[in-house]
Design a protein around this ligand. Structure first.
Ligand code: SER
Ligand code: ZN
Length: 635
């Protein structure tokens, strides 16, 4: 968007669309520099709107003609779209435009990539293809005809008649324009099959450029695993007879969940054992799952407006995290997800670009595809599940799918299903969606006469535009350990709702060690004075592996800092405890490997800087080597 026409859009100004669409037919004459697009749209006035103003978005389109109920009309055209006088009741709108895919270097709308035609319509790219209400709350079945001499011409939904150079696709499921896709070009196809839980066969195809055929097997396996997982865990079946994925080199996003026709950046789908490292297999598997899961959380149920982006993204990231946890080990995945959250989202939340998971205004929606909307959005779902419990979460999701299938929804709709299922008032929890910033939870504790008292205080620092913060609902999963490593208290969920709250545990025979925020139960910064002896017990005995890992990191950091600051020898207690973890065959080898990796040198540099010292990279490197060698000699 250019500076002249940029304007701030507010959530509070939302207005329902004046017209709804019952059906949309699109016809493309593909040409690299002069593609013709004809549309036939069945409009009807929206009974829930008081407006009768007819406006269609449109950008960079060459208008050729328009008709209403077969009679030519002359709309008023601006840079943003067109308006026109329309009949009182339902009517048929037809228009023809010309577009230039070769000149589309923004890769939004219809563009060329290595001789193929490709689209990206999220968030507002469809308006660069034809005049249409390009907003997610206008959903319609699409019928797409493509004329092209290219070997393949794909769109959403079911393939219909294939007559030489004319290919037709019908998508029976009403969808917003941002989920439209068209791809045409020369491809190699790698195929497989899946049979849904109710016995419906689905053709799975990955379209790649010649030479990449042998890099699709992993993605196909991941796709089948995702389909089976969504049936098993969420009761969600696929709803078309074909699921197509296309790999393209020029693509702004990682991948896109267009109905029945996912488009992937090649790097997010192609893998071969010879050239792909382990971490990349995990990433591909997670992205395949993410886009597939959008079929229900995003496509069948979509967002009312772009402020609600977290409704589909937070939930879908949470679902792909659950899937990866099931596929590859929950603890290791959680440790990695939290590291990413802290590295990207916490940083965002403490800087000039901090914004709520559901922003209240934007100038350019493309700037809001952020770690906050995606990753913090997923943390909110995780907390909700923890707060209501697994059984209620499942019931709430079933209700969400039953109640809102085919609709464009809001965070209010989402939270209402949880309230309806559990009777819980979630108004305070909802603050997580509107309040930016990472809460800091400070811990004080005290033990006397067999009673342990834990006092938690929460503060959310000011963020741009939000100087004053309210207390949030913070689920704190807690366990207690005795100094000999035995369990004093199994995991309990403390729910912090006030600025300060105390919790008491009695009948204890020794001062316990708190294992706080188990599994990273809330996206907060927990502050407690470091106690080396406690961390040693946690590293060797905490049943919560996330906290075991945290203890290993803390110990590693203090060992290195002591070496750098006081020329201390490598910490033998830490090395000994780590050794116990290394040889513990009950633990997942991937987890053991993670514990043994020392904190990154950047982390040590940051810790030194925080203490007012100038980090010396050579000294840090030497200390890390010395400690690693010490560990290796002990092992
Ligand atoms: N909607 C896309 C996705 O999240 C954009 O990247 O998968
Ligand atoms: Zn997504």
């Amino acid at each position: 968007m250019t500076a002249e026409n940029s304007q701030t859009i507010y959530l509070k100004d939302y207005q329902a669309p004046a017209y709804l669409v019952d059906h949309l037919a699109l016809e493309f004459d593909l040409h690299p520099t002069a593609t013709r697009v004809r549309s036939t749209v069945k409009f009807r006035p929206n009974p829930n709107s008081s407006s009768s103003e007819f406006f269609l978005h449109g950008e960079n389109l060459t208008f050729l003609s328009a008709y209403i109920n077969g009679a030519a009309v002359t709309p008023v055209i601006t840079e943003a779209g067109l308006s026109c006088t329309v009949p009182d009741g339902p009517f048929i709108w037809q228009s023809e435009v010309e577009i230039n895919p070769s000149a589309n270097t923004e890769l939004s709308g219809l563009y060329m990539s290595n001789g193929m035609f490709c689209t990206q319509c999220e968030a507002e790219g469809f308006r660069r293809i034809t005049y249409y209400p390009d907003r997610p709350d206008v959903m319609a079945p699409f019928d797409v005809t493509i004329h092209s001499d290219l070997p393949y011409a794909l769109s959403n939904g079911e393939p219909m008649r294939d007559e030489g150079q004319t290919r037709r696709w019908q998508d029976p499921w009403p969808k917003p324009a941002y989920l439209f896709a068209l791809v045409a070009g020369e491809f190699q196809v790698v195929s497989d099959h899946f049979t849904t839980a109710s016995g419906k066969p689905v053709d799975l195809n990955i379209y790649v450029r010649d030479g990449d055929q042998d890099k699709c097997a992993f993605a196909l396996e991941a796709l089948k695993a995702s389909m089976a997982w969504d049936e098993r865990v969420y009761g969600r079946e696929y709803d078309l007879s074909v699921f197509n994925i296309v790999a393209v080199d020029d693509f702004n996003m990682g991948a896109m969940e267009n109905k029945g026709l996912n488009i992937f950046n090649s790097s997010a789908v192609l893998a071969s054992p010879e050239t792909t490292v382990d971490g990349n297999f995990e990433r591909i598997e997670a992205i395949i799952a993410h886009e597939y899961f959008h079929n229900w959380t995003g496509n069948r149920i979509t967002c009312r407006d772009w402020f609600q982006l977290c409704l589909k993204e937070g939930l879908t990231v949470f679902r792909d995290q659950q899937f990866s946890a099931d596929m590859r080990g929950a603890e290791v995945r959680r440790i990695e997800d939290v590291a990413a959250l802290r590295g990207r989202q916490f940083r965002e939340d403490s800087g000039p670009l901090a914004h709520p998971v559901r922003p209240e205004s934007f100038v350019e929606i493309n700037n809001f595809y952020t770690a906050t909307v995606y990753e913090k959005g997923a943390e909110l779902i995780r907390m909700l599940k923890l707060l209501v419990g697994d059984a209620a979460y499942k019931k709430a999701l079933d209700l969400y799918f039953a109640r809102h299938d085919g609709q464009a929804c809001t965070i209010e709709d989402w939270l209402a299903v949880f309230t309806d299922v559990t009777g819980q008032d979630l108004s305070q929890f909802k603050l997580w969606y509107s309040q930016a910033g990472t809460p800091i939870v400070t811990v004080r504790d005290h033990f006397a006469d067999g009673t342990y008292e834990l006092t938690l205080t929460q503060v959310t620092p000011p963020t741009p535009g939000q100087p004053n913060k309210q207390p949030l609902v913070i689920p704190v999963a807690l366990g207690l350990l005795y100094p000999d490593g035995t369990e004093a208290l199994d995991t309990q969920l403390l729910v912090l709702t006030e600025a300060e709250q105390s919790f008491r545990f009695s009948g204890l025979h020794a001062a316990p060690i708190p294992s706080l925020l188990r599994g990273f139960s809330a996206p907060v910064i927990m502050q407690r004075e470091t106690r080396q002896a406690e961390h040693l017990v946690q590293l060797t005995h905490d049943p919560d592996l996330f906290n075991r890992f945290e203890a290993s990191r803390e110990l590693g950091k203090s060992a290195l800092l002591a070496m750098l600051q006081t020329e201390a020898a490598p910490d033998d207690a830490y090395c000994g405890a780590l050794l116990q973890v290394m040889v513990n065959e009950d633990l997942d080898p991937a987890f053991r490997a993670m514990c043994c990796a020392l904190p990154g040198q950047d982390e040590i540099a940051r810790a030194l800087a925080e203490q007012g010292q100038t980090p010396d990279p050579v000294a840090i490197d030497a200390a890390v080597h010395q400690l690693s060698e010490h560990l290796a000699r002990q092992g």
